[in-house]
Design a protein around this ligand. Structure first.
Ligand SMILES: Cc1cc2nc3c(=O)[nH]c(=O)nc-3n(C[C@H](O)[C@H](O)[C@H](O)COP(=O)(O)OP(=O)(O)OC[C@H]3O[C@@H](n4cnc5c(N)ncnc54)[C@H](O)[C@@H]3O)c2cc1C
Length: 348
């Protein structure tokens, strides 16, 4: 019988769980260490763009996505504009999937356990003491650092949407609204940090008002907000490049590179990075390759796949935050000079 070297995964988010599950299906012994537990809400816009059928098939994700909503139309709103109509309606080249992280992460964790995986929840691996030796994968999500950006999210009921997805650009803020599988609307925003004295849902309402998104704040205040779904994440940062591997570490998902949320592509990238790592890790586990070659193969494949979209997203991102650039964005859009289809292709 082929010897199976074990794989350890630190971080049970989308990259870690989908990789762990796919490795188990290839009979690789896998342990996942996860700091939190399931189910849990996460700061995320909860719409997935650019996830190709081939990735879904290779990772066996179809059963977990079966009840995801299919979003096709995006309405862009710039500023509060009282009851102004959307600045643009965009039809996506392929539907985005609307699914809550509460459901998705929980389903993947249950499937990993059912496939014989060893899942250690409430177990934080300290980076400082971390073993960087062979067989350990890092999927711990975004890296901590200095950043003025704050992410806030909540689910709301009784909140009608003008299109499948709404994207609102405010003063140093943008907010996405998308319905998820249980019929509620996920409201998730990225805001430049301000000194506001509020907590929970009131903090989100305060940020919407302070960012000039007063009409959206009033719509939210009139809906039924699910306080238990509220969550926040500070110091959100983004990358222009795929980080080079250090100490023969394999980093996947956000640990390797974080794309701005307006793309709705971070979750797809987490799955794609798991897809990239799968075959090299199976080869390593069977003894066919050594760890150093495995790390290099994964890194080069990630660079090829993600380089263009990270650079494009980093170039577009400032236009969504700064009011003067937003006005330029709107003017280009009115003049039909925004190449949305090529941009979408570069971003996915
Ligand atoms: C405001 C905002 C909105 C977003 N909206 C969207 C969107 O609409 N669509 C989209 O596709 N993407 C979106 N994203 C990005 C998306 O959420 C991420 O790209 C995705 O979650 C990355 O998955 P991951 O598995 O790499 O990391 P995560 O999902 O963050 O998982 C990392 C896991 O590691 C665990 N962990 C961390 N440290 C340790 C440790 N030391 N030991 C053990 N466990 C640890 C954490 O508890 C967590 O469960 C958004 C991000 C933000 C900030």
């Amino acid at each position: 019988m082929t010897p199976q070297r074990p794989i350890e995964i630190v971080g049970g988010g989308l990259a870690g769980l989908s990789l762990g599950l796919a490795l188990r299906r290839a009979a690789v012994p896998v342990t996942i260490f996860e700091a939190g537990d399931y189910p849990r809400h996460r700061v995320c816009g909860e719409f997935i763009t650019g996830l190709a059928p081939a990735t879904i098939a290779r990772l066996g994700l179809a059963p977990f996505l079966a009840d995801a909503l299919h979003h096709r139309e995006v309405a862009w709103f710039i500023g509060s504009g009282a009851d102004a109509p959307p600045a643009r309606i965009q039809t996506l080249p392929s539907p985005a999937l609307g699914l809550s992280r509460h459901a998705l992460d929980h389903r993947l964790a249950a499937a990993f356990l059912a496939a014989g995986g060893d899942l250690r929840t409430r177990t934080r691996v300290a980076d400082a003491d971390a073993d960087v030796g062979p067989g350990r994968i890092w999927t711990t999500g975004r890296r901590r650092g200095q950043s003025p950006w704050l992410g806030l999210k909540i689910h709301a009921r009784g909140l009608p949407l003008s299109r499948d997805l709404e994207l609102h650009l405010g003063d140093f803020a943008y907010v996405g609204l998308a319905r998820v599988e249980d019929g509620s609307v996920n409201v998730c925003g990225l805001f430049r940090r301000r000194e506001l004295c509020a907590k929970g849902p009131h903090l989100l309402l305060g940020y919407l008002q302070a960012s000039g998104l007063t009409v959206l704040a009033a719509r939210l205040a009139a809906s039924a907000l699910e306080a238990t779904s509220f969550c926040a994440v500070a110091a959100v940062g983004f990358d222009r490049h795929v980080a080079a591997p250090a100490d023969n570490r394999v980093c996947l998902g956000d640990t390797c590179s974080r794309i701005p949320p307006f793309t709705g592509n971070g979750m797809a990238m987490a799955f794609q990075s798991a897809e990239i790592a799968l075959a090299p890790l199976v080869a390593y586990s069977s003894g066919a390759t050594d760890w150093s070659a495995t790390c290099q193969a994964i890194h080069h494949a990630k660079r090829r796949r993600f380089r263009l979209r990270l650079a494009t997203a980093a170039a577009v991102h400032p236009f969504l935050f700064h009011p003067p650039r937003q006005r330029l964005f709107a003017a280009l859009n009115r003049a039909h000079l925004l190449p949305l289809r090529p941009l979408y292709a570069a971003l996915h």
